[in-house]
Design a protein around this ligand. Structure first.
Ligand SMILES: [Fe+2]
Ligand SMILES: [Fe+2]
Length: 469
């Protein structure tokens, strides 16, 4: 089914036949646009950007590409096709028909989960809203805006669910999603990482690699939900999300590539020399990686969680790719957790956050391996690495423990002294910021990043992806 773009709110949920819902969403729409104008990439409102827009749910040809001014982008409500006779794939309701309405007793749990997911979408647009001013190329500028408009659409997806299934409470939550702001001391976004500033492109690529990947795992677990409209919404969001992580992985890969070129040219691995040549030393890249990876780990919640147990038991949230497991009920299974006091065997249902976090860590390793292959090929033994998932945690059993990047508990004074060296220092940040100079000539790249291997949608790298007004 292709999407109906003749309506005020493009959709594939037959909005025209639900006048009440249509009116409620049309009432929210101008508030969303006001938010976009104020908090989005507003310095570029009159530029024409080569963007993809979802036009259908077919895996082949689901998007169309063309130049569009961002305020005219058509944000819509798109759900993946309904699977006939779908049943709930996990928990106490395993095998029962999936719900088309939310069971009354699960309403507040579902609402909390949808609001928390929804809150991250506009948050990231707010975090990224000044990055366009220092873009390293038009290609990157376009990718930033593609990520931004799609996060905007993900907000629409969650707001649709709130309006369609939660009545007045849902409408109030939808308004509140535009009222909180990233980093606002009085009314911040719900989750910590989404209040961290993203003021340079190294952070942006780390965010899209590590934090959008948390999004991927959250969406995958909600795509398993017993509440079918939520599952279908998240399944479609995942098609868009893949590009965000591509931006992160290739972005970091291109920075590493450029650094290696400079190291080869100068025949040195001295960070000061590399910096003097206008590239980022691998040690600085490692410190940014440490920051964003450890911050994103907390997004999965506590290792032991009765909330996650009840979400699983009740059919609200499954494990990412639930079909890979044999036991979908998990009443008797246990999970061995490493805690600061040693191995603790807990009921698997209570350890679902940790199950998810460890799949996430494995997925994060893939890019690291690829970047390290590049480094090795150049002949250097300076691999990038993920710190231990116990390091610098603020949530769960490892919270505030003095753990080093290897995962070992160390002396607290030593920890506090070294932590400063594991994370971007003020002078790292000042240096990275000094490199952030805007490059807008088609095909040209800033000196700290290599060009991409190919352009977008089979176009050349030097295509005019953003046409300035
Ligand atoms: Fe998103
Ligand atoms: Fe994303």
């Amino acid at each position: 089914m292709s999407f109906n773009y003749s309506e005020k709110i493009p959709n594939n949920v037959d909005l025209a036949n639900d006048r009440k819902l249509q009116r409620a969403l049309e009432h929210w729409q101008p508030h969303f646009l006001d938010w976009w104008r104020e908090q989005g990439p507003n310095d570029f409102a009159s530029d024409e950007v080569y963007l993809r827009t979802a036009v259908g749910v077919d895996a082949q040809g689901w998007a169309s590409y063309g130049h569009v001014k961002m305020p005219d982008y058509r944000w819509g409500i798109f759900l993946a096709d309904r699977v006939a006779d779908r049943t709930i794939g996990f928990g106490d309701h395993f095998g029962e028909p999936a719900w088309q309405q939310i069971p009354g007793e699960l309403r507040s749990q579902f609402r909390r989960i949808i609001v928390t997911q929804g809150d991250t979408e506009p948050a990231s647009v707010e975090q990224q809203h000044l990055l366009g001013l220092t873009c390293p190329s038009l290609y990157d500028l376009r990718n930033l805006f593609q990520v931004n408009v799609e996060e905007g659409r993900h907000l629409w997806a969650m707001v649709y669910l709130l309006h369609a299934y939660f009545g007045r409470d849902g409408r109030e939550e939808a308004e509140a999603l535009l009222g909180r702001h990233s980093g606002d001391p009085d009314n911040p976004r719900i989750l910590g990482t989404f209040n961290e500033p993203i003021s340079d492109w190294l952070s942006f690529f780390m965010f899209t690699y590590f934090t959008d990947r948390d999004g991927k795992f959250q969406l995958k677990s909600l795509a398993e939900s017993g509440f079918d409209p939520l599952a279908r919404t998240c399944r479609f969001m995942l098609t868009e999300e893949a590009h965000h992580m591509f931006v992160g992985e290739t972005g970091i890969g291109r920075i590493v590539k450029r650094t290696l070129e400079v190291m080869k040219e100068l025949a040195t691995d001295d960070p000061a020399a590399i910096r003097a040549h206008g590239a980022m030393d691998l040690q600085t890249i490692q410190r940014y990686l440490n920051f964003w990876f450890t911050s994103s780990l907390d997004l999965f919640g506590s290792e032991v969680s009765s909330n996650s147990a009840s979400s699983f038991a009740n059919g609200i949230k499954g494990r990412p790719d639930e079909s890979q497991y044999e036991d979908h009920v998990c009443t008797d299974a246990t999970y061995d957790l490493e805690t600061p006091d040693g191995i603790e065997s807990v009921n698997l249902r209570n350890a679902m956050n940790e199950v998810m976090r460890s799949s996430y860590v494995k997925d994060c390793e893939i890019g690291i391996k690829r970047w390290n292959m590049q480094i090795k090929r150049t002949g250097y033994e300076i691999p990038l690495r993920l710190p231990s998932s116990r390091c610098r945690r603020s949530i769960g059993s490892w919270s505030n423990m003095p753990v080093d990047p290897d995962g070992k508990i160390i002396d607290r004074t030593a920890y506090e002294r070294q932590l400063v060296e594991w994370l971007p220092t003020e002078s790292d940040q000042a240096f990275v910021h000094s490199l952030m100079q805007r490059v807008t000539e088609p095909g040209k790249m800033a000196g700290w990043i290599a060009p991409p291997d190919r352009g977008i949608n089979k176009l050349p790298v030097d295509y005019e992806y953003v046409r300035p007004h």
